[in-house]
Design a binder for this molecule. Structure first.
Ligand code: SF4
Length: 261
């Protein structure tokens, strides 16, 4: 085979990459702009949900839930950016790792049906839906009868430590509500909630029982939101003024406070 020796850097010293107008110092930014744009385009192309996600019903503001359910555009500049979308993607990778670790430890954890679909449920004529992370149907003794719902999240070290210390209900009430609705609709009496520490790979698992009355409250709340949507009404705001902390972080704040009564 003929060889041509080392390739010469015809741009040596110029700072520009061969055949482009991109400076080496700008390569990282350039690539990230491309990745971010591709992630945002992919998300934009995804089919919008036409149902109320059961994972969201624990959201404290019913008006915000209605905006989500009806697909109202978020305020300008409040769309998820590339970094946030990468965090979502990384969450799926961590979930797969945790599934593998639990299976390795002997748990028969089912995450998908034979056809590859996630397990899930539909209620209220298909207008409330949820997809669970998995069900443990067999395995080492957990002190409760199986099967048990399995839900998973990943968190940075500080947040993970908080979860391990104060428990799911106080750490993330929306996840607590999600787990209860999933248990109720999947007819499961317990949930094992696993959170992986993204910085140290430590795991913490919380096991808790279904509180049926709480799940019923959440279900009633979902029905109120659906009824308001059908009637073309907006549920009341959660706060009296826009400075309320939940409103300050809400991606619909302008729509809520400036475009609606
Ligand atoms: S801005 Fe506040 S009141 Fe309005 S939808 Fe968001 S959280 Fe609810």
């Amino acid at each position: 085979m003929e060889t041509h020796g080392m390739m010469m850097d015809l741009n040596a010293g110029s700072g520009f990459l061969y055949g482009t107008s991109i400076r080496r110092s700008e390569v990282s930014t350039h690539i990230n702009v491309l990745i971010n744009a591709a992630l945002v385009a992919k998300r934009t192309a995804q089919v919008k949900r036409d149902y109320l996600g059961a994972s969201r019903i624990g959201e404290p503001c019913e008006r915000k839930l209605l905006f989500e359910f009806t697909g109202a555009p978020v305020d300008r500049g409040r769309e998820p950016d590339g970094r946030l979308l990468r965090i979502f993607d990384a969450g799926h990778v961590y979930e797969e790792l945790s599934v593998g670790w639990l299976k390795l430890a002997g748990f028969d954890l089912r995450t998908h049906k034979r056809n590859g679909d996630q397990f899930g449920f539909a209620a209220a004529g298909g207008r409330v839906r949820g997809h669970i992370d998995g069900v443990i149907v067999n395995g080492p003794d957990l002190g409760i009868p199986l099967p048990v719902l399995w839900e998973h999240k990943s968190a940075a070290a500080r947040s993970w430590s908080e979860f391990a210390k104060i428990g799911l209900q106080r750490w993330r009430p929306v996840y607590w509500a999600q787990a209860h609705l999933y248990m109720a609709y999947m007819d499961l009496q317990h949930c094992l909630f696993t959170v992986v520490n993204k910085d140290t790979q430590e795991l913490h698992h919380e096991l808790f029982a279904l509180e049926a009355a709480f799940a019923q409250e959440l279900s009633d709340k979902a029905v109120r939101v659906l009824r308001a949507a059908d009637a073309g009404e907006l549920p009341p705001r959660i706060a009296q003024n826009r400075d309320f902390y939940l409103c300050r972080f809400c991606p619909y704040a302008t729509r809520c406070w400036e475009s609606n009564p």
